[in-house]
Design a protein. Structure first.
Length: 191
């Protein structure tokens, strides 16, 4: 049996709704669940193979998206949330009990500051933006995946209609590079 890319995409991708208003993410605890309300749909939803993102048990990839910080509100059991790694760029806020990452926030000067990283599979509501691409695909090798099988992973994503990258999508990489160019003075800040 082939390994699971992610439960949301293994059997095909369900298209989201452009008018989707958001919903509530819940941790995996059986009681006193952490709840985080998102008051909008997400952007840049994608499969991520990095070693930092939370992945469901048995999955090679996470499915993670961003949403404006102002659209994220913890509505239940905030006392159960802890930051996984205080030195990381993305401060992943996880449930202390079940370990699920509820949201990731960037506090330092960064191109993605103002956006929180979230996992829409933690919501029962249907209509979230579907995954748009697969990023950091080769990073699963660092985590023990057989490099001889990586082409099969890329082929599976492509069969699902997702482009694969060993970084982020070109548009997101352009945003990071524009931010760095403006910060260094190589580019006008008015671009």
């Amino acid at each position: 049996m082939a390994p699971s890319l992610h439960p949301l995409i293994d059997n095909g991708i369900t298209k989201g709704r452009e008018d989707f208003p958001g919903g509530t993410l819940r941790c995996l605890c059986s009681s006193n669940r952490v709840e985080v309300k998102l008051s909008s749909n997400v952007l840049h939803n994608h499969a991520c193979g990095c070693s930092q993102c939370w992945k469901p048990s048995g999955a090679l990839f996470s499915v993670v998206a961003v949403v404006p910080v102002d659209n994220v509100k913890v509505t239940a059991n905030e006392n159960k949330i802890k930051v996984v790694d205080k030195n990381a760029t993305i401060l992943r806020h996880a449930c202390k009990d079940c370990g699920v990452h509820m949201y990731g926030r960037i506090e330092k000067d960064h191109a993605f500051k103002g956006l929180d990283f979230v996992h829409v599979e933690l919501s029962d509501e249907k209509g979230w933006q579907e995954p748009q691409f697969a990023g950091f695909v080769s990073s699963i090798i660092e985590q023990g995946f057989n490099p001889k099988e990586i082409d099969g992973v890329r082929e599976k994503f492509k069969s699902l209609g997702l482009e694969t990258y060993d970084v982020l999508s070109p548009g997101l990489m352009d945003a990071l590079s524009t931010f760095a160019g403006q910060k260094s003075g190589a580019l006008s800040s008015k671009l």
